[in-house]
Write a new protein. Structure first.
Length: 475
C-alpha cells in the first residue's frame, strides 16, 4: 500500500507520541505499584507493631489475658485502633459470672457497633500458643510475632497470609489509578492524533504547492509561482523554486528570440543570393566576374554566420576544450596586432598599445581561446570604426588581475545599449549595421571565453568617441 507523505508524517508523529505516552504510563504504573506496595507493607507493619504494643500494655496492666478473653470489645478496640469510638459507644464492663452469657452479649454489641470490619487475619495466642481470638483450624498458617512483658514471652500475635480489608481497599485504589492512567493515555493519544494530522497537513501545504508548480513547469507554463511562507527550509525551497521558474521563463523568452533572430539572420543572405541568382537566370544581370564575386561574398557572409553560430553554441554548452597553461597574454595580443597591422593601415585606423606594467604577467589560460578573444575584439574595431580613427589598447594590473582596455573612436553606441552589446545577435543598427558584415555574435563569444577564464568583460563610452571595452582576467 502506497501512503502519501502526509500520512507517513502523521503515522510517524503518532507512533512517536504513542511510544512516549505508553512509556510514561507504564513507568508511572510500575512506580506507583512499587511505592504503594511499600507503603502498604510499611503501614501494615506499623499497625501490627501498634496492636502488639497495646496487647503488651494490656497484659502488663491486667496480669494476664483474662480481661481480653472475657471482653471481645477490647480485642476489637485494638484491631480497629479507635479506642475513643469504642469507649464512647460500648463502654467496657466487667464480665458477669456466666462467662458464656457475657461472651454472647459482647459479640452482639460487637455486631451492633459495626466491628465486623475488624481484620480477621490477625489472631491472638497465649504463651502456650493456644488460640484466644481466631480460628484454630488456621493456626498452622500463622506467622507469629512474640508478645513480651519484662523480657518474658507472654503470647503471640498471629498473622494469616493474604490481604486485609484495608489492603484490598488499597488494591482497589491502585486499580482505579491504573484505569485513570489508561483513560488519560487514550485522551492524550486522541488529542495528539488530531494535532499530528493538522500539523502534517499544514507542513505539506508548501510541498503540495511546489508539486503543483513543478507539474505546471513540466507542461511549459513557466509563469507558475508558489507562495512563500516563512523563512525556514520550506520557505527557502519555495524561493528557489520561484527563482528556477523565473530563470526558465527568461530562458524560454531568450530561446524564442534566439530562434527568431537566427531565422532573420539566415534569411537575409539567402534572400540576397536568391535575388542575384534569379537576376542571372532572367538575364537581368549578366554572368560576369562581378556577379560571381557578389555571389561568393554572400556565401562567405553566410558561412561566417554559420561558423559564429556554431562557436557560440559550443561556448554556451562549454563544449570548447580549454587547454590552459601558463601564458603571456600580452605576447598573444602583440601577435594579433601584427597579423592585423595591414588591415588597420588599409582602414586608416591608428593603433597604440600602452603597457603600464613593470613586470611580465602570466595567466593560466588557453592561448588559442585568448587569440580568438583578441581577434574578435580587433575585428570589431576594424568593422565598425570610421576611417581615420584610433584604437588605444591599455594594459595594466589591478591587485591580482590583468586589466585590458580597448578604446576606439567614433562611431559610438548609445549608453542605454551598452549593457546589451554582449547579447547574441544584438546590433545597434545606426552604427553597427549589417552592411559591415557582422551578425552580432563576436562580442557574445568574447563574453563566454572571458567567463570561462574566470574574468569579466564590460563596455562603456570611450573618451575617443567610440566604445571602451574592458577585459579583466585573473593572474
Amino acid at each position: 500500500m502506497n501512503l502519501s507523505v502526509k500520512h507517513k508524517i502523521f503515522l510517524v508523529l503518532l507512533l512517536a507520541i504513542g511510544l512516549v505516552v505508553g512509556s510514561m504510563v507504564v513507568f508511572m504504573e510500575i512506580s506507583l505499584e512499587r511505592l504503594f506496595v511499600r507503603f502498604i507493607d510499611d503501614r501494615q507493619q506499623v499497625r501490627i507493631n501498634g496492636i502488639a504494643g497495646h496487647l503488651e500494655n494490656e497484659y502488663a496492666q491486667s496480669g494476664g489475658w483474662q480481661r481480653v478473653d472475657d471482653n471481645p470489645l477490647i480485642w476489637a478496640q485494638m484491631l480497629l485502633g479507635d479506642s475513643q469510638h469504642i469507649t464512647k459507644h460500648h463502654p467496657v464492663r466487667s464480665a458477669p459470672e456466666s462467662s458464656e452469657g457475657s461472651r454472647l452479649l459482647a459479640r452482639i454489641k460487637l455486631i451492633e457497633g459495626g466491628f465486623l470490619r475488624a481484620d480477621r487475619r490477625v489472631m491472638l495466642l497465649d504463651a502456650d500458643r493456644s488460640i484466644i481470638y481466631g480460628d484454630a483450624d488456621l493456626a498452622e498458617l500463622l506467622t507469629l510475632r512474640p508478645l513480651t512483658v519484662d523480657q518474658r514471652t507472654v503470647g503471640y500475635l498471629g498473622i494469616l497470609p493474604g490481604p486485609s480489608l484495608s489492603d484490598m481497599s488499597a488494591a482497589h485504589f491502585l486499580d482505579q489509578q491504573s484505569d485513570a492512567f489508561a483513560l488519560m493515555a487514550l485522551t492524550v493519544m486522541l488529542v495528539s492524533a488530531i494535532l499530528a494530522y493538522a500539523f502534517a497537513n499544514r507542513l505539506l501545504q508548501p510541498l503540495r504547492a511546489i508539486t503543483e508548480g513543478s507539474r505546471a513547469l513540466a507542461e511549459g507554463h513557466y509563469g507558475a509561482r508558489v507562495p512563500i511562507r516563512g523563512e525556514d527550509e520550506l520557505g527557502r525551497l519555495a524561493k528557489d523554486f520561484n527563482s528556477l521558474a523565473e530563470a526558465l521563463q527568461q530562458n524560454e523568452g531568450i530561446r524564442r528570440q534566439w530562434v527568431a533572430d537566427i531565422s532573420h539572420e539566415i534569411r537575409t543572405p539567402l534572400a540576397v543570393l536568391r535575388g542575384e541568382i534569379e537576376a542571372l537566370q532572367d538575364g537581368v544581370r549578366p554572368v560576369d566576374i562581378q556577379a560571381i564575386n557578389s555571389l561568393h561574398g554572400e556565401i562567405l557572409r553566410l558561412g561566417r554566420l554559420v561558423d559564429d553560430l556554431y562557436e557560440l553554441s559550443m561556448t554556451d554548452l562549454g563544449a570548447l576544450q580549454y587547454r590552459k597553461t601558463r601564458v603571456d597574454p600580452l605576447a598573444i595580443l602583440e601577435d594579433n596586432l601584427k597579423t592585423h597591422a595591414e588591415e588597420f593601415r588599409a582602414a586608416g585606423i591608428e593603433v597604440a598599445l600602452d603597457k603600464r606594467l613593470t613586470d611580465p604577467v602570466l595567466l593560466n589560460a588557453d592561448p588559442d581561446r585568448l587569440e580568438q578573444l583578441f581577434f574578435n575584439l580587433l575585428s570589431n574595431t576594424l568593422r565598425y570604426t570610421d576611417a581615420g580613427g584610433r584604437l588605444v589598447i591599455r594594459a595594466s594590473r589591478d591587485d591580482r588581475q590583468l586589466v585590458l582596455d580597448f578604446m576606439d573612436s567614433a562611431p559610438g553606441v548609445p549608453e542605454e545599449d551598452l549593457p546589451r552589446l554582449f547579447e547574441r545577435l544584438f546590433r545597434v543598427e545606426s552604427s553597427r549595421s549589417r552592411a559591415y558584415g557582422g551578425a552580432g555574435l563576436g562580442l557574445a563569444i568574447c563574453r563566454n571565453i572571458v567567463h570561462a577564464h574566470g574574468g569579466n568583460i564590460s563596455a562603456q563610452p570611450s573618451s575617443l568617441g567610440g566604445v571602451w571595452v574592458r577585459v579583466t582576467l585573473p593572474l
